[in-house]
Design a binder for this molecule. Structure first.
Ligand code: ADP
Ligand code: MG
Length: 703
């Protein structure tokens, strides 16, 4: 297969000249640099500014590393015997400064000649109005000779081993310079010409030249941006190609027109008026399901934005067209709750719903499986239990996955196979993720966003309180309870140890109980070590208003819906991530009453914990919170999984480079729209590049 890289880039760095084999081997071992291409892709982390000499009179205390040219006027050894230094005075027409050495004093002294002009480079410091440089780089200035070092000098990432073996930035720069000189602006380009021109990107050859040896820092920045664009463009091409592939080649269940169930529910039994955002999203979903192509849509919406009813309406459409629909959730409690919502909505229109989880009895299960296989049952919700092989559908048309990050790729693939044609897929996120991140991680899906909360919700009031304010907090809570409200106290998972978590929770329980003694107050408790049926029982006690207070670990994190609960106290709130805090906060504010979220912490907090608390107090907006979370934790942690499908971007910063992510996606869509198989001549190099750089045979399948 022909590569899109030039032959030159594939040569090993030995082709650049005669370098000691030990050094070449070390470069490979430490930095993975084997070929000239690898070398070119070893990008400077910064540059030393040797473009201009600074006048000594213009030196600033914080000017960093600078270059000065002047005459050495005096050289002397000063200080007591054990703290000797060598001090030279360097003067130009505007003033004088000091050069100082603490080591190699005799040797340096011998090499300096008074009256000689030198170019010196180093970091400037100031003391009592005198500027000095210690251990500067030093070069005799010869007006006749062309200067060797000039311009912006690249500083490369190095390892300790390399430094110990005297392989420095200078050595790498020397190699790179040789490569760049050889390329001499002539390198194959795989970003289509039209895009290069439209976006005014430097060509590949120029980008390499200027990122290593810029004449101006602005040029280096432009080159950096080119590589950023290239990275995201290539990544999005693949996403876009997968998406187009599905659109052109897949056949989806045909969900064409609404029927009895949809009409009955929508016209007569809607429990509330849908928000505009909900209506828009339902239309988007329906348009997909009608299209004859398999849907793969991501539905994002803040906690409490009402994703469940949207899912339910989509399921009604599927059922009206003779298909079955299922809804998956990652936990028992959550499935149980979905089941209750669905049942509440489905029963009045005469539709049966089933719940299948690990704790469904054998008898019930057997019956359910029979009804699913025969098609008698069309609506089911549950946990991973639905994925089991023995669960066979007669005609599955729509799968809803709630909180997709807890389902692996393999598990999702199982669903694909449960029906032919494969069912439509609607994935709902637990907490929103920033748009740009969604566009990258879920680049092959269509996206819908519910960006509006149901009317009449009072924004939750969030406050950050410290331990010393606990008594006041408890009397506030007493007052809420006296008004008929219910309260959550949530404790973090201190570490991996379940017993510690338990102890922490029990200590918390004791504190709560001391303020709210039985029999006047009833307290429920739920934690990870309880049997599912006991958990369920406690949850139901709280939900039905029998207990006033729920003390729990994060098992209640997702989805739990108790509209009468108005206060969420999060203990040791600094131990939670932002998205998790927001998710917990979403457990209150579900009813008509004013709700509160209290973040309890110790008195002293670190900077990032402090930032999290302020973000929560300031904002109720999940997308906003997710953005801050992304900045704090990075994409890997925010998505909560290592297999998030994100590549290691070298240039692209998923937090900051929103603009490039949009641009890359747009360009990829444009190229493939004009030329879906990349067969036009102007895309030939691009196709060749993709063919030779994809780990799998993905791109060869498209021609
Ligand atoms: P989430 O998007 O977090 O899953 P839910 O679907 O659980 O949110 O909805 C939260 C609550 O808001 C539920 O009690 C639901 O019945 C209610 N709800 C949803 N949509 C509306 C609406 N348009 N008007 C009023 N209440 C709504
Ligand atoms: Mg939900």
């Amino acid at each position: 297969m022909k590569s899109a890289l030039s032959e030159f880039e594939k040569l090993t760095i030995n082709a650049l000249g005669n370098y000691p084999p030990s050094r070449v081997a070390l470069l490979q071992k430490e930095l993975g640099i084997v070929t000239i291409g690898d070398l070119l892709n070893h990008i400077p982390i910064r540059y030393l500014d040797k473009t201009a000499n600074i006048n000594i009179a213009d030196l600033q205390p914080n000017s960093g590393q600078v270059q000065v040219r002047g005459r050495i006027e005096s050289v002397e050894i000063i200080g007591a015997r054990n703290s000797q230094r060598l001090k030279a005075t360097l003067c130009d027409l505007t003033g004088c400064m000091e050069l100082v050495w603490f080591r190699s004093i005799p040797w340096v002294k011998k090499s300096l000649s008074i009256g000689q002009v030198y170019t010196v480079f180093g970091r400037v410091s100031e003391f009592k109005n005198v500027f000095s440089m210690s251990h500067p780089e030093l070069q005799v200035f010869d007006a006749e000779k062309k200067e060797e070092v000039k311009g912006y000098i690249p500083v490369y990432p190095l390892t300790e081993k390399l430094k110990a073996s005297k392989i420095d930035s200078k050595f790498i720069a020397q190699l790179t310079k040789a490569a760049i000189n050889h390329v001499n602006f002539d390198m194959p380009e795989f970003i289509p010409k039209r895009i290069i021109e439209k976006l005014e990107l430097p060509s590949r050859a120029i980008a390499y030249k200027t990122i290593h040896f810029p004449d101006r820092l602005g040029d280096a920045k432009k080159s950096y941006e080119r590589f950023k664009f290239e990275e995201v463009f290539l990544f999005q091409l693949r996403n876009e190609r997968t998406r187009l592939n599905r659109i052109t080649n897949s056949v989806g269940p045909k969900i064409v027109k609404p029927g009895y169930f949809f009409n009955e529910f929508y016209n007569k039994h809607l429990p509330f008026a849908l928000t505009e955002a909900q209506k828009r999203v339902i239309k988007e979903i329906w348009a997909d399901m009608k299209s004859g192509v398999q849907m793969n849509r991501l539905l994002q919406g803040d906690v409490g934005s009402g994703k469940t009813i949207v899912a339910f309406i989509a399921m009604l459409l599927a059922i009206d067209n003779g298909y079955q629909a299922c809804m998956l959730a990652p936990t028992e409690i959550l499935s149980q709750q979905h089941f209750e919502s669905l049942k509440e909505w489905a029963t009045p229109i005469g539709l049966k719903v089933a719940l299948l989880t690990g704790s469904t009895s054998n008898k019930e299960r057997t019956e359910m499986l029979e009804e699913l296989a025969s098609g008698k049952l069309s609506l089911i919700t549950g946990t991973h239990a639905i994925l089991e092989d023995r669960v066979v559908f007669s005609k599955l048309g729509l799968v809803i996955i709630d909180e997709q990050h807890r389902f692996g790729v393999a598990q999702r693939a199982k669903l694909w196979l449960k029906s032919n044609p494969s069912p439509h897929i609607l994935v709902m996120t637990a907490t929103p993720i920033p748009r740009t991140l969604a566009m990258t991680v879920h680049g092959e899906s269509e996206h819908s966003i519910i960006d509006e909360l149901p009317a009449g919700r009072k924004p939750i009031i969030t406050a950050h309180k410290q331990e010393k304010e606990r008594i006041a907090l408890m009397s506030f809570i007493k007052n809420e309870i006296s008004k008929g409200r219910q309260i959550y106290f949530v404790y973090p998972l201190i570490n991996e140890s379940a017993s510690l978590e338990f102890k922490n929770l029990m200590d918390g329980y004791d504190v709560v109980e001391s303020f709210f003694p039985t029999p006047e107050y009833r307290i429920s408790i739920v934690h990870g070590q309880m049997r599912p049926e006991d958990k369920e029982k406690e949850m139901m006690r709280f939900k039905n208003g029998i207990s006033h207070i729920m003390v729990a670990t994060t098992v209640i994190e997702v989805g739990v819906n108790v509209p009468n609960a108005s206060v969420m106290v999060i203990e040791n709130a600094d131990r939670f991530g932002l998205s998790q805090l927001h998710q917990l906060r979403g457990r209150v504010g579900r009813g008509a009453e004013q709700s509160y979220c209290i973040l309890m912490t110790e008195n002293e907090l670190g900077k990032s914990a402090q930032e999290r608390m302020s973000a929560m107090v300031k904002s109720n907006d999940g997308f906003e919170i997710a953005k801050i979370d992304l900045k704090q934790r990075g994409p890997g942690d925010l998505l909560g999984t290592k297999q998030s499908g994100l590549p290691d971007f070298k240039f692209l910063d998923l937090v900051k480079d929103e603009y490039f992510i949009f641009l890359g996606k747009q360009a990829a869509a444009y190229v493939l729209r004009e030329d879906p198989t990349l067969s036009k001549p102007e895309n030939a190099m691009l196709k060749r590049y993709l063919l030779s750089h994809s780990k799998d045979n993905f791109w060869s399948k498209i021609s």
